[in-house]
Design a protein around this ligand. Structure first.
Ligand SMILES: CCCCCCCCCCCCCCCC(=O)SCCNC(=O)CCNC(=O)[C@H](O)C(C)(C)COP(=O)(O)OP(=O)(O)OC[C@H]1O[C@@H](n2cnc3c(N)ncnc32)[C@H](O)[C@@H]1OP(=O)(O)O
Length: 153
């Protein structure tokens, strides 16, 4: 199964969090299944926060950031009856705002599950609800406003 990011055109594949063309990046891959999206990431020891054994909060926000915009794009394609990577004009979303709530420490070294659902899609604005879980426990929640990017003339 192809990830949502596998359909990003080469010129948009340099994102630190999810771009396949960024050799230093996280290479997050998100998938849409039914009414939710999901991605998985196992943080290595170098992503330590200040508290031993736990993940740095900025990394967690990065994971939500990339997964949220991928979620917005995937649901926008679906809403328009289009297939991802259909060769038409790409529907690009960027993060307008991202609220992150750290509910409990997130452990290093185990697979994290990041999930997204579409709360609303109106015009260029998509509101995405996000969770990040470890071992079945939600550690982080997020709320993203993703805005469809329109190149200005
Ligand atoms: C599947 C195939 C895909 C193919 C193709 C994909 C390629 C895709 C690559 C993506 C790669 C990964 C991406 C990773 C996620 C990042 O890391 S994205 C990087 C971080 N984000 C940014 O740099 C965004 C910077 N900000 C901006 O560029 C502009 O502010 C924005 C967000 C585009 C909006 O500007 P604008 O286009 O001038 O639009 P504007 O009229 O200001 O706002 C539109 C609406 O949104 C609202 N809004 C905007 N910002 C906010 C805010 N912060 N709070 C509340 N409301 C807001 C406005 O109030 C307005 O609402 P309405 O009046 O329409 O009701």
């Amino acid at each position: 199964m192809h990830a949502i990011q596998d359909h990003y055109p080469a010129e948009f594949a340099h994102c630190y969090g999810c771009g396949s063309a960024n050799p230093h990046g996280l290479h997050l891959k998100s998938f849409i299944e039914g009414e939710r999206t999901h991605a998985r990431f196992t943080p290595a020891a170098m992503y330590s926060g200040g508290y031993p054994g736990n993940v740095y909060g900025g990394l967690l926000a990065s994971l939500l950031d990339c997964h949220g915009t991928a979620t917005a794009a995937a649901f926008a394609y679906r809403a328009q009856g289009r297939a991802l990577g259909d060769g038409g004009a790409p529907i690009r979303f960027v993060t307008g705002s991202l609220k992150v709530d750290y509910k409990r420490p997130t452990p290093l070294g185990i697979e994290l599950l990041i999930e997204g659902t579409l709360r609303s899609l109106e015009g260029r604005k998509a509101v995405i609800d996000l969770t990040l879980s470890a071992d079945g426990e939600v550690c982080v929640t997020g709320e993203m406003l993703a805005v469809q990017f329109v190149a200005k003339a």
